[in-house]
Design a protein around this ligand. Sequence first.
Ligand code: AHR
Length: 337
Amino acid sequence: MNKWKRMLCIATLIMLGGLCVSCGVFNEEIPEEVETIEDDLIVVGYSQLGSESVWRTANTNSIEEALSEENGFFLQLKNARQKQENQIKAIRSFISQQVDYIVFSPIEEDGWGTVLQEAQEAGIPVILVDRTIAKRDSDLYTTRVGTDTYWEGEQAGLWLAEDLKKHNESDKEINIVVLQGTIGATSQIGRSVGFNIVANEHKNWRIVAQETGDFTTAKGKEVMDKFIRLYDDIDVIVSQNDDMTVGAIEALKEAGVYVGPNDDIRIISFDAGRAALELVQKGEIDVDIECNPDQGEMLAEVIHKLERGEAVEKEYIVEDKIFTIDNVDEYIEDRTY
Ligand code: AHR
């Protein structure tokens, strides 16, 4: 960032801080030490989509740790609290501050064309973290760091086919309910498409119901409650994140359904946070497909590459693992989130 831009950025931040104080609004995202931004720090405006899940908190922590001052960054983080309009507002404020990079985790894939066009016109590179945006807008961002959500969904289907085979149930009629994540989010779309492609190869698998639980425990429980009332022959629950899975298990237990080793319902989850891995150990979750939240380090590396003027890939995929009762003990001790 050149000197003029930095002065403007600092002045804007101070002005915003002043406004917030005079309005009596406390804004934790505007740091007090703003006047002392070192000239050589890389200024990053980061719009996180919310704090809906344990995964999201881990993802935010990973980015905060990697983009620290000690690592040469000045990070301005804004939490959009699950609203796309808040993310758009945050991106516009980063543009007016002329930050060096705009980083954001898009709540859903559609609706970014106009604001990202504005970022492009301002000459500010945009980096996506975690989720992506619609293909038609792909020339409006520089690169993405995230997981392969299609692969995650596909692995869920492949595991189910394998497990049914192991129990000589490959030809049984299988009723599946799906707790979907936020509709239109990459993690919802990718996991649904990946799983459905495998499901379509099995004529005896029937997706009897699917509804969004918005990636939260409360909504996961609410939707599962409804499914239990509507269907008495559920064989498989595909829950697109751990938080909803926890809610679904609560609903099952409250309805008097046994969940544990040798139960009648297979539960497939995503994320593989520590608390969920403990449920894998207990035999409550049958398989947990990881969505690796540790994306900060790769993000920092990519920014450093751009700073050196090096070419970057359009996408950097962080590695995921699959956890079942057979391998979970090996990994749980080192789980940091
Ligand atoms: O986009 C990643 C998903 O978003 C995670 O699976 C989920 O827990 C989070 O809310």
